[in-house]
Write a protein that binds this ligand. Structure first.
Ligand code: ADP
Length: 202
């Protein structure tokens, strides 16, 4: 990305990421959920955060609606604005992960290129988790009433209905949230995190 400022100098941290991991007792990472609206991102993010917190982990959820009201309040839902939204979130997630947290991000993030950008911002410890649920199932659940609004013509760029969703080609994990229960999905996630964020020798 083009950087406007000149004469910028990065600070050199004396605390290494491995030192942060050792203190926390686990690696830091970004657990990046992607999936349609109503596929279960917020539900599973909040449940996973609680479960990991109870296990003593450093964990924090970045949620779509929160980010859009603040850091990304100037952005809408055009392809360009969605890209910029995910770019900013990727950078925020990378910073949180640098600080030692397990970051759970819950954004539709419909475009492959944007998810790849977030992965690049974060580096090795980026885990793309595809929450796979058919649009028909999501539309039936419709906890935010978005699919109903789209049917009435009140929203014209709903992902999976009138805006594209690019299914991940090689996600790190896929969970069939269309057929599994919340608890079953959560168990798969907790197991995944425990295996992938353990320090070697644990
Ligand atoms: P999103 O954040 O992806 O828009 P939400 O978490 O807000 O989705 O809504 C998902 C809805 O689907 C909730 O009402 C939740 O109870 C329900 N649900 C049913 N099965 C699952 C599952 N396996 N995982 C997550 N949510 C599920």
């Amino acid at each position: 990305m083009f950087v406007k400022s000149t004469n910028i100098f990065e600070v050199e941290h004396k605390v290494t990421r491995e030192q942060r991991w050792a203190r926390n007792g686990h690696k830091a990472a970004v657990v990046w959920f992607t999936g349609l609206s109503a596929s279960g991102k917020s539900t599973l993010a909040i449940r996973l955060e609680q479960r990991l917190f109870d296990l003593g982990h450093q964990v924090y959820v970045l949620d779509g609606d929160n980010m859009r009201r603040k850091l990304c309040a100037d952005l809408g839902f055009s392809a360009h604005d969605r890209e910029e939204n995910i770019r900013r979130i990727g950078e925020v997630a990378a910073l949180f992960a640098e600080s030692g947290q397990i970051v759970i991000s819950a954004f539709i993030s419909p475009y492959r290129a944007d998810r790849a950008l977030a992965r690049r911002a974060v580096g090795d410890n980026f885990h793309e988790i595809y929450l796979s649920a058919d649009v028909e199932i999501c539309a039936r659940r419709d906890p935010k009433g978005l699919y109903a609004k789209a049917r009435k013509g009140e929203i014209d760029n709903l992902t999976g209905v009138s805006a594209p969703y690019e299914v991940p080609k090689t996600p790190d994990l896929t969970i069939d949230t269309g057929t599994l229960s919340v608890d079953e999905s959560l168990d798969i996630l907790v197991d995944y995190v425990m295996r992938n964020m353990a320090l070697s020798g644990d």
